[in-house]
Design a protein around this ligand. Structure first.
Ligand code: ATP
Ligand code: MG
Length: 569
């Protein structure tokens, strides 16, 4: 491709809207342009890289005998009612009506569609197991779309769905996908961790996430160096800290705490450790119209995912209670506790249930209670409702846990019969009975992966694409295209590399060399060959973008390096 014919849409300045490197660089290098919040157009360079990422994913899926299809983004409401998700999914689901008032959604994921497809097309158990997938556009009305392709409202996902006879079959299919995902993310050269995950709105019985490690990641990974335990913050557990469990139980004492509401205020006012003042947070479950009080130690944070999982409701169905809600149960903001309250559901973190003589609110203005004890003064369901933090002890081996940030690039789920049962996706067994197929589902955020590769491969000058996903492999930059020798050397290298299957650009633009180099470094072309004054001696300058090492090479050497690298892909 000649540069003069390309749409090189590079930007000198960082657009205001972008804060993280991948977003800035995708815009500045002219790979994407924003249409509206969370919705992007892919320009020619962006689309080339996107296709390469998709093809690597496709190759690895095909190696596992998965079958590719393509379904519509438009999904009828009826299928979502069948699965029970039409009312459960919440505000992220983009819903629409046609002119006849029929309701639809734009698919955020495709469990219903694939289950429906298989229940009508697959009749014999001989065809199981089967794994079908697509690479297709998804829609989620994210509350806060941000970071470019990282969290957009329209994005491309590879989603696969496996159908098996039984749980043993599912375990095998799941492991096949686990293996395929490792191969895929290895081929992208990503530094990633595989972690235990919560199943969220997709549901099911088990799940792992693939996390590209990065400080800009929105996921918290909790892991153990010693035994290899690793989990997403939403799922991570820890051993109970036996703090304040070994004391003699004392009598409850009401203490005057004027205007002391926060844990810090109350603990310093009473001269006790912040851990001793238990946090009691009141939530509202507005689907079941009830109030939920969650108690964690003073230095802990409530893990709302663990709470909604315990209550078996969706995340968006629970919100923090308002002042009015608090007053409706006879308490007051800043002084809430379960002591003496009726008609609320109380969830007690296991640490709190074991602690002796804790401090809680007195449900009356400016008063707290000291020496409150579980089972004597209040009760509730006990579970792990706290966030696991760095330094907590590994639930498996007891070593201190560590924490790292990650970008969720993929997730795999054991669905079991969550969709096949309500939707009647069955096979006839040898005994003549209809049995639900046992399903798994497997997603990769294709566009998010593109951003993650940039997060792990860039410098102050721009992107450093790995060769297998770079929009082009190589660019030839003559210092002066008006110089006949340089022009001839550049054109003949260009033609030869092209003939050997290298995706090569000839920079034939009438611009200053510095201007041209800036573009290619920003765009991240892996090999940059400069044809300058030594062209008449058969010497060019060869730069590897990944390392920024520049060396003089003979024309032959330069061509060989590129051809060999491309052939090895
Ligand atoms: P997140 O927790 O980041 O919102 P999710 O767990 O809801 O993601 P899944 O339902 O597991 O997402 O979807 C499969 C994959 O699709 C994710 O692993 C992620 O890579 C990608 N993905 C999900 N939401 C978005 C989004 N808004 N923009 C870009 N990619 C996304
Ligand atoms: Mg996920």
């Amino acid at each position: 491709m000649k540069a003069s014919k390309m749409l090189i849409a590079t930007l000198k300045e960082t657009p205001n809207e972008a804060v993280i490197s991948s977003h800035i660089l995708l815009l500045r290098a002219g790979f994407i342009r924003k249409l509206v919040a969370g919705v992007y157009n892919y320009l020619p360079l962006g689309l080339r890289t996107l296709h390469k990422i998709e093809n690597i994913i496709r190759e690895e899926m095909d190696k596992k005998d998965c079958l590719e299809i393509l379904s519509s983004a438009v999904q009828p409401k009826e299928l979502w009612v069948e699965s029970g998700r039409w009312f459960k999914y919440g505000p992220e689901l983009m819903r629409l009506k046609d002119r006849h008032d029929r309701e639809f959604c734009l698919g955020p994921t495709h469990e219903e569609i694939f289950t429906d497809l298989i229940r009508s097309e697959l009749k014999s158990k001989k065809n199981l197991p089967m794994n079908i997938y697509q690479i297709q556009t998804k829609y989620r009305d994210e509350f806060r779309p941000r970071f470019g392709l990282m969290r957009s409202r329209e994005f491309i996902m590879k989603d696969a769905y496996s159908f098996d006879l039984n749980n043993e079959g599912l375990d095998k299919s799941y492991m096949q996908m686990h293996d395929a995902y490792c191969k895929i993310f290895d081929r992208f050269g990503l530094n990633y961790k595989i972690v235990l995950a919560d199943t969220g709105a997709i549901g099911g019985t088990g799940s792992h996430q693939f996390m590209a490690l990065s400080d800009v990641g929105e996921s918290d990974i909790i892991y153990c160096d010693k035994c290899g335990y690793a989990a997403d913050q939403e799922k991570a557990e820890s051993k109970v800290d036996l703090y304040k469990t070994d004391e003699e139980i004392l009598d409850v004492e009401e203490v005057y705490t004027p205007n002391q509401k926060s844990i810090e205020e109350v603990s310093s006012f009473l001269g006790v450790n912040a851990k001793d003042v238990v946090k009691s947070l009141l939530y509202k479950d507005y689907i079941n119209d009830r109030l939920i009080l969650v108690m964690v130690r003073g230095d802990r944070n409530v893990n709302e995912i663990k709470v909604v999982n315990h209550l078996n409701i969706a995340e968006h169905e629970m919100v923090l209670a308002t002042e009015k809600d608090i007053e409706s149960i006879g308490s007051i903001e800043g002084f809430v506790s379960p002591v003496g309250l009726k008609d609320i559901t109380v969830l007690v973190d296991e640490e709190v249930s074991l602690m002796k003589n804790i401090v809680v609110g007195a449900n009356k203005k400016d008063y707290h209670l000291k020496n409150v004890n579980f089972n004597r003064d209040f009760t509730g369901s006990v579970g792990q409702f706290r966030n696991t933090e760095e330094g907590d002890l590994c639930p498996i081996c007891g070593q201190p846990l560590k924490n790292e940030r990650g970008i969720e690039v993929g997730q795999i789920f054991k669905l079991g019969t969550k969709y096949s049962e309500p939707m009647g996706c069955t096979y006839q067994d040898d005994d003549g009975k209809l049995k639900p197929m046992v399903m798994g589902c497997y997603g990769i955020g294709v566009t998010r992966t593109m951003s993650s590769i940039i997060e792990q491969n860039h410098d102050e000058f721009g992107i450093k694409w790995p060769l297998n996903v770079a929009p082009y492999h190589c660019v030839i930059v003559p210092i002066s295209f008006k110089d006949e020798v340089q022009k001839q050397v550049a054109i003949s290298m260009y033609e030869e590399l092209k003939a050997k299957g290298v995706e090569v650009i000839l920079d034939d633009r009438d611009e200053r060399p510095g201007f041209k180099f800036k573009d290619w470094e920003l765009i991240g072309i892996p090999y940059i060959i400069t044809v300058g004054r030594k062209a008449n001696e058969g010497i060019v300058e060869f730069k590897v973008r990944a390392t920024n090492i520049k060396e003089e090479k003979t024309i032959e050497e330069a061509k060989n390096i590129v051809v060999t690298a491309v052939n090895e892909l």
